[in-house]
Design a protein around this ligand. Structure first.
Ligand code: DON
Length: 549
């Protein structure tokens, strides 16, 4: 497998890293599934220094901001689902809309929500890492920076994904990118070539030494504001100074013997998974042969109905999320009664529609032997976000503003139709699909799971939980197994490209499904096995690595 080869070759370069023995990786102490072998090297260094899951999560976040800037740069945002010492919490470090934006901001054609300064939301990653460490970390803050600074200052061998994702944006980048991600004359780095980021190392040191003030104020903040404004954006120093994370309670759901700790709004992920889990508990897709057409049809119908309520969700600070309706037995029972095993059926939308979603995000899952777990998704939204890279420090900035309802009534690049609760308002967080999830059984953590993939995150996380816990597949098999995706609108069943047999596809078409081959979310998960050991696995649909001790 390409990923294993990548892991082994990079491990050889980094010397310290353990080889990837197998997928899933197994361990007895603390395991991680992440998108890069550099994350695993970082984790192993921090565990060896005595770090806990929170220390590992923070150090990986810093490392990925250096080695995977297209989705994990400091200019992005994210969510973490946390279970520490038996208590659970949600850390929301989602980007927010700058003060100078408004509901009609994107009606002006010069303001793009996808590219350039106008697409940038106020970044949350540095504040998120600080908050995570302050509440749960055990090692000194400064210690967590060592691996990231080594990669930034001494360099790291870029991966195939790094090269393709960077080359792809060559025509769209702001000038700052050419000082850091390209050689002279805009030449790209080939996979295996070593990239150093000295300016970024300076910014990371300011964060290390001055914490919040090192990023949200002072020279880094000035660089971000100047670079965004030069590209037509409205981000201000006040916006950065005022940014704050929010601690939330997870949304909870029951599925069989398992308790799901799910991501609440401003993500739609938890609510959709909760509805899907209720429907799956009643309809039991596991009654049908695994990976056959009946099971795929039923999963598709469950997903389609579960996504129906997504248009009604938004940031709870600005919007009243109608959970009384969406989680009521009557609503769920109605959805269930409209499922037929013979033919697919489309339902009328709930009143209210429209917003956007996009293409680059990543996730890592961490769990230790005592059940402490962190499931953390981080994103710039699109690949390199807005494609604005700050001129002095080389920090890539998100285009998370595109997750708002920017043009009511119009489907976004993923065909998602969203609601008016999610209009652009200063300080509001755009609706997300990110679904970091932790699962417990009898009060014990048994799985930490999540994925990138826009709306496909939700369907991917749901199906891997289903296959692993209700089909008893080992974690790797559950992740690699073919998936379907249905997001209510359009009434199309997206099927994992090249993974389903022609017989299954034919049978699904006979049930009336409009079929479209598609990409899926990339899942990273850690699970506690029945023998008490931990296993961690990552999705072969992209780069990844799993390890720990
Ligand atoms: O928050 C969200 O739902 C999106 N910004 C996530 C985008 C994403 O996962 C793209 N990944 N491939």
């Amino acid at each position: 497998m390409i990923k294993k080869i990548l892991h082994i070759s990079v491990a050889a370069i980094c010397l310290q890293s353990q080889p990837g023995w197998a997928v899933p990786a197994e361990g007895h102490r603390l395991l991680v599934a992440a998108p890069s072998p550099y994350a695993i090297e970082t984790a192993e260094e921090i565990i060896s220094a005595g770090g806990n899951v929170a220390d590992v999560a923070v150090a990986i976040g810093l490392t990925l901001s250096v080695t995977s800037p297209y989705y994990a740069a400091l200019g992005g945002g994210g969510f973490a689902l946390i279970r520490m010492r038996g208590e659970s919490a949600v850390l929301d470090f989602r980007e927010t809309a700058p003060a100078k934006t408004h509901e009609n901001f994107y009606a002006d054609p010069k303001n793009s929500s996808i590219k350039g300064g106008s697409a940038v939301g106020i970044p949350g990653v540095p504040a998120g890492l600080i908050a995570l460490h302050e509440k749960y970390g055990s090692l000194k803050w400064q210690r967590l920076f060592k691996p990231a600074l080594k990669f930034a200052e001494q360099g790291f061998a870029v991966s195939g994904e790094w090269t393709s994702k960077t080359t792809r944006e060559q025509e769209h980048f702001s000038p700052g990118a050419f000082q850091v991600f390209f050689k002279a004359k805009k030449q790209t780095y080939k996979p295996g070539e070593v990239l150093k980021q000295k300016q970024l190392a300076q910014a990371i040191k300011l964060l290390r030494d001055k914490k919040r003030k090192g990023f949200y104020e002072g020279p880094v903040a000035q660089d971000l504001v100047k670079s965004v404004q030069a590209q037509g954006g409205v981000l201000s120093s006040e916006d950065l100074k005022n940014y704050s994370v929010v601690w939330r309670k997870p949304l909870e759901a029951q599925w069989g013997d398992y308790q799901l700790l799910l991501m609440p709004p401003p993500s739609s992920g938890g609510a959709v998974i909760k509805i899907a889990a209720s429907l799956a508990s009643m309809l039991k897709p596991e009654k049908y042969p695994a990976l056959g057409a009946e099971e795929a049809h039923l999963l598709g119908e469950i997903l389609s109905r579960s996504y129906r309520g997504r248009t009604r969700l938004a940031d709870p600070a600005f919007h009243n999320n109608p959970f009384d309706l969406l989680f009521s037995s009557k609503y769920i029972e109605d959805l269930k009664n409209k499922i037929s095993m013979k033919r697919t059926q489309s339902l009328a939308p709930l009143s209210d529609s429209t917003v956007k979603e996009s293409t680059q995000t990543t996730h890592y899952s961490i769990m230790d032997k005592d059940g402490n777990a962190i499931s953390l998704t981080v994103t710039l939204n699109g690949n390199y976000g807005s494609r604005v890279v700050s001129e002095k420090y080389g920090i890539a900035l998100n285009n998370e503003m595109d997750d708002f309802t920017t043009q009511p009534g119009k489907p976004n690049m993923y065909g998602l139709i969203q609601g008016s609760g999610n209009l652009v308002r200063p300080g509001q967080r755009p609706l997300s699909s990110m679904s970091p999830t932790i699962i417990t059984k009898d009060g014990k953590s048994v799985m930490a799971i999540g994925a990138p993939g826009g709306p496909r995150i939700i369907s991917s996380v749901f199906q891997v939980i289903y296959r692993s816990l209700f089909r008893n597949m080992d974690l790797d098999m559950a992740i690699q197994a073919p998936r379907v995706h249905h997001q209510f609108l359009p009434h199309t069943l997206y099927v994992d490209d090249q993974r389903w047999s022609p017989e299954v596809i034919t049978a699904l078409k006979k049930k009336g499904h409009k079929i479209e081959p598609s990409w899926m979310g990339r899942v990273y998960a850690v699970r506690l096995k029945s023998d008490g050991l931990l296993e961690a696995a990552f999705d072969a649909r992209g780069e990844g690595s799993a390890g720990g001790f």
